[in-house]
Design a protein around this ligand. Structure first.
Ligand code: RP5
Length: 158
């Protein structure tokens, strides 16, 4: 069953958001990917966010750049946890995306990650960690992935 919905404001965001999809693939978490723009396809966003919980999704990862309203608007229309990824913008290097996503008013939370690739990877990992709380097999895979990462860190730089 698909448990994570990865949405993004534009196909141009995929280069960043594919990193969230890849870590979920690695951890064996079923997910879907959709282009859903808060500005260009507001009705698609409404339908997606309103229907997400009923379709069985447990977490939404939303990435957008610039005036990045997608994560916040999604969070306004679903009780599911929404993890926001600020995509790096050309004009302001993603600072606009970051502040648009992080500065939500009290009452409508968005869990904001780092700008760009690191944020997308961590959004995938955080989605997996949320799901692992009620899925012992996934929890074991997440623990193993983290241990492998630890083991891969060299003790010396060369
Ligand atoms: C945002 O505008 C998207 O999330 C994207 O990061 C940015 C630029 O979109 P495109 O002009 O590349 O479609 O809505």
């Amino acid at each position: 069953m698909t448990r994570v919905g990865i949405i993004m404001g534009s196909t141009s965001d995929w280069e960043t958001m594919r990193h969230a999809a890849e870590i979920l693939d690695t951890l064996g978490v079923a997910h879907e990917t959709r282009v859903v723009s808060a500005h260009r396809t507001p009705e698609r966003l409404y339908d997606y966010a309103k229907g997400a919980a009923d379709r069985g999704l447990k977490v939404i990862v939303a990435g957008a750049g610039g005036a990045a309203h997608l994560p916040g608007m999604a969070a306004a229309m679903t009780h599911l946890p929404v993890l926001g990824v600020p995509v790096e913008s050309k004009a302001l290097k993603g600072m606009d995306s970051l502040l648009s996503i992080a500065q939500m008013p009290g009452g409508i939370p968005v869990g904001t990650l780092a700008i760009g690739k690191a944020g997308a990877i961590n959004a995938g990992l955080l989605a997996a960690a949320i799901l692992a709380g009620s899925d012992a097999d996934l929890e074991a895979r997440l623990i193993a992935w983290r241990a492998e990462q630890t083991d891969s860190v060299a003790e010396t730089p060369e």
